[in-house]
Structure formats: C-alpha cells, structure tokens
Design a protein around this ligand. Structure first.
Ligand code: SAH
Ligand code: SF4
Length: 373
C-alpha cells in the first residue's frame, strides 16, 4: 500500500524550520496551485493547457505520493512540459512553524499561513497506526460554548492545498519507515461548512494516485450540518463522526447554537438515514461536561436517542481551558455514564484526549488569544 510519502525526520520532537509556513514560490498567488486540484481538476487543467489528459495522473503522483516541491524533479515529464508548467502553475508547501511534543507521544503542528493566519494539526502515533488530525477552517463560525476554536470566531476556510498540505507536512516529520495511515478531519473548524475544499481534499486522500488511504481510515467530524451530511453520505464512503454532546433539544441549543438551525432530532434522523457502506458504524462524540450533560438521565436519554443506529460512542471528558467556565466531569460520573451504555450493549469508549498538556487536545486548538474574554 502506498500511503503518504514519508521520509526522514523524527516523530514528534523534530525542530520546525525557522520561518516555516505556507510557502508560495515566486508569484504563486497568480498561478494555479496544483495542490488545490484533485485528479479531475488536474485533468481539466492539463487539457485546458492543451496537454494530454494522462498527464494529470503523472502530476498527481509527483505532488502527493512523492511530495515534490519543484517541477525540475518530475523526471518523467518532458522538459517542454515542465517549462510550460513553471509558467502557469506552482506547488505550495506547508511547513510547520512550531512542533510541540506532548508527554503522551502526540504532537501539535502549528502552521503560519501565507496571509498570517494560523492552522494547527495533531499527530497521534500509535502502535500500528499514525493518525493526523487536520483543521478545515481558521476558527469556526459555529461558536459552541465549550470550544476554544468556536470562541475565537471564524476567519476563513482552508484551501484544498492547506488541508492536504497539513498531512504532507506532518508526514515529512515522521520517523523513517512510518507513514500516515489515518486522517481525521477533527481539528479547528467545521469541515461540512467547507465542502467546496473538503471534497477535493478527501478525493486526494482516497485516490490511488494520491495518498491512497482506505475510506475506512478517513473520518470527518461534524457538529451536524444536516444537508452537508446528506451530501457527504451520497459522495464519500468515509467514516462519519457526529458531535452530539447533549441529549435534549434545550441542552444542545445551549451548548451548540448550531442546534437552532439543525435540531438534535434532525441530526439524529440524518444519522439514521446515513448510507453505510461495509457495515460501518457512525461515531458519536459526546463531550462530558460536569453538571451540563454528564448525569445518568443523560445516559438514559442518549441510549434511547440512538436506538437502532449502528453507533460507536466516544465519551470525551471535557478538557478544561481558561477560556470557558465549563468543568471536567468527575471520574465516577464518567464511569457511571459509560457503564449504563455498555451494560445495554452499546459500544461506548472513554477517550481521554491526547495532547492535553500542549493544548492539542479536542477543543483546545485555536486562537486562544482571540478567545480571551
Ligand atoms: N467542528 C467539528 C470538528 C472539530 S471539533 C465538530 O464539532 O465535530 C472536534 C471535537 O472536539 C468535537 O467533537 C467537539 O465536541 C470536541 N471538543 C471541543 N472542545 C472540547 C473540549 N474542551 N474538551 C473536549 N472535547 C472538546
Ligand atoms: Fe466549531 Fe466543532 Fe468547536 Fe463547535 S466543537 S465550535 S463546530 S470546531
């Protein structure tokens, strides 16, 4: 299997290159960044330029499997083609400005983008798998009350190149022989509000000429944008994770204002209808917050709410941050909540977030400076 090209470096603590960021060579802003294009886009691009369609596959492999930064190195392309590409196209490259290693083995990658904004990814190396958690937006417009990213407001969508570039940048820093095996779109932002760039990025992750990841190893997490969930379900057999976080309409509206537009019942209904290939389960993220949603009554309601949906529930004890007043649940409350579900045959796991000490855990990514107050 040919996943993301991974060379050299060390997992985690590799020093970032000083001044690293989103490198736009030359006058790239006026040219076509080839990393913004999936196979179909590359196909359209090469044909528009008067070249043969098969060139798209060649380019895709150089860009995403070999991770090349310049046309000179694309040795199977004729010199004339390479020179022509140089005139109209460019290859962007994301480099971390900081890599912060956590005690638990995960690392946070911080990227300075070309417009001065910031994106963050988290590398989670485990036995037998290497997961990269990528961001889809700078900030998030949904403003969930408990989430640092949401508190900082929305700045902009990330481009296709910035989404796939995060995985490539992390891959370059892995130990020799390790490769990225899983991608979760669960970092900053609401991916389903950036479908325009999420969809080509997913195609690049899944393409045999791109990262060649199995759809079982790609997960998209949403706060419940119902129409986009329906569209995603029709187009991509990737894993769906839904951040539920509450069991009554009222509590959910309080914690997640997006619920006013897409109520809990509509989200659960969309999950019930969600097309599931290969007998896949839908993952429900449930952040347990002391006194808000961690009672046994909530566990009872959650069980009833999801009845009949093949579900896997991730119970995530709240990561406290100085930017919200919410508190982590008591350990006994977490255990009682999980026990109730497990005893009824529900697949419910407690996920102690990784990277808590470095602000890389769920909901800790973002622009804390913007979140203060
Ligand atoms: N916008 C998408 C994906 C990014 S948020 C979504 O909401 O699903 C990723 C996850 O982090 C969500 O499940 C969210 O509920 C969780 N989260 C946010 N803040 C958190 C915190 N402080 N502690 C634990 N989990 C948190
Ligand atoms: Fe946005 Fe997800 Fe945070 Fe809600 S939890 S504000 S949807 S990033």
């Amino acid at each position: 299997m040919n996943d993301v090209a991974v060379r050299g470096g060390r997992t985690g603590a590799t020093p970032a290159r000083p001044g690293g960021g989103f490198i736009l060579p030359g006058s790239c802003l006026e040219k076509t960044d080839l990393k913004d294009l999936d196979l179909e886009g590359l196909g359209r691009f090469v044909v528009q330029q008067g070249w043969e369609p098969y060139r798209a596959v060649q380019l895709m492999k150089w860009l995403f499997q070999k991770d090349l930064a310049s046309f000179d190195q694309m040795t199977n392309l004729s010199r004339t083609f390479r020179e022509a590409l140089e005139r109209v196209a460019c290859i962007s490259r994301l480099e971390p400005r900081d890599i912060v290693a956590s005690e638990d083995g995960s690392s946070k990658f911080v990227f300075a983008l070309h417009d001065g904004e910031r994106a963050e990814s988290v590398l989670i190396p485990e036995e037998g798998r290497v997961t990269v958690c990528v961001s889809s937006q700078v900030g998030c417009p949904l403003g969930c009350r408990f989430c640092v990213t949401g508190k900082g407001g929305f700045v902009r969508n990330l481009s296709v190149a910035e989404i796939v570039g995060q995985v490539q940048a992390v891959a370059r820093h892995l130990d020799e022989g390790r490769r990225v095996t899983n991608v979760v779109v669960m970092g900053m932002g609401e991916p389903l509000l950036n479908m325009e760039n999420l969809e080509p990025a997913l195609r690049i992750f899944l393409s045999e000429h791109g990262f060649n990841l199995s759809h079982r190893r790609v997960t998209v997490s949403t706060a419940g944008i119902v129409p986009a969930m329906e569209r995603l379900g029709r187009s991509f057999p990737v894993n769906l994770a839904v951040s539920l976080n509450a069991t009554t309409e009222e509590a959910r509206r309080e914690l997640m204002p997006v619920s006013r537009k897409y109520p809990l019942a509509a989200v659960v209904d969309a999950c019930r209808r969600y097309p599931r290939t290969s007998r896949k389960k839908i993952t429900f993220e449930y952040v347990l917050i002391a006194g808000e949603n961690d009672s046994l009554n909530d566990a009872v309601r959650l069980h009833a709410l999801l009845r009949g949906i093949p579900a896997k529930i991730n119970l995530i004890p709240y990561n406290e941050t100085p930017h919200t007043g919410y508190r982590a649940p008591r350990l006994e409350a977490v255990k009682a909540f999980q026990d109730y579900l497990v005893k009824r045959g529900v697949h419910a796991a407690v996920r102690w977030s990784r990277g808590r000490d470095i602000g890389a855990a769920c909901g800790q990514l973002g622009r804390p400076e913007a979140a203060v107050g």
